[in-house]
Design a protein around this ligand. Structure first.
Ligand SMILES: Cc1cc2nc3c(=O)[nH]c(=O)nc-3n(C[C@H](O)[C@H](O)[C@H](O)COP(=O)(O)O)c2cc1C
Length: 185
């Protein structure tokens, strides 16, 4: 399975790192990473990790500014795309068909080719514009998975919260996983 992972400059880059870590541990998954400029700032602000740590967790990395890459064409076959975390800016571009970097172009391709598209937006509170953009993307086929971890499993630390989101995204990708406990009453 070939999975494109877009990381944009929203708070919560730890969600992306945790997902990449989990995908790295699953056989027969190839991950293709695209990182926005703002995501590199958030990486510095929120973690002690650097770019190489992210790159080490992936199989391939794309340059977000270079449209001369296969991922910009629908002819390149990917099984799914995940944008985690997704900024309101990238969300707005996607819902309006603006493809001015490789993440938004790959997202537009994912939508037009009707491939699995998981978007993990992060902002609070949400304006009506944000909500409208999510609605538009949802009816176009994307799955909106807000960065809203549940607390019913009694998380003990941030990593438990991240794992919760990772588990939900893996489920949606169709990957059986045990990374986060399931609620069973
Ligand atoms: C530390 C930091 C945290 C941010 N958090 C958010 C956020 O949670 N949600 C959001 O929509 N934008 C957030 N932003 C603003 C975006 O990074 C900014 O709008 C940027 O232009 C988005 O570009 P991108 O979508 O290409 O990454 C944050 C910026 C910084 C520096």
């Amino acid at each position: 399975m070939k999975i494109l992972i877009g990381i944009t400059g929203a708070s919560g880059i730890g969600y992306a790192m945790d997902l990449l870590t989990a995908l790295d541990e699953i056989d027969d998954i190839e991950t293709y990473l695209i990182l926005s400029d703002s995501a590199t700032h958030v990486l510095k602000a929120e973690t002690d990790a650097d770019l190489d740590d992210l790159i080490d967790l992936t199989d391939h990395v794309y340059n977000n500014d270079d449209f001369n890459q296969n991922v910009c064409s629908g002819s390149a076959l990917f099984d799914a795309m995940v944008i985690i975390p997704c900024t309101m800016s990238t969300l707005a571009k996607l819902s309006n068909g603006i493809a001015d970097n490789v993440i938004t172009r790959a997202g537009a391709v994912t939508l037009k080719e009707r491939r699995k598209f998981i978007i993990v937006p992060r902002e609070t509170p949400l304006s009506t514009i944000h909500l409208k953009n999510m609605y538009e993307l949802s009816i176009t086929g994307a799955i909106i998975v807000p960065a809203m971890p549940g607390f019913y499993n009694r998380p003990e630390d941030i990593s438990d919260l991240q794992r919760f989101m990772t588990g939900r995204v893996l489920d949606l990708l169709g990957l059986r996983n045990e990374v986060s406990p399931r609620w069973d009453g």
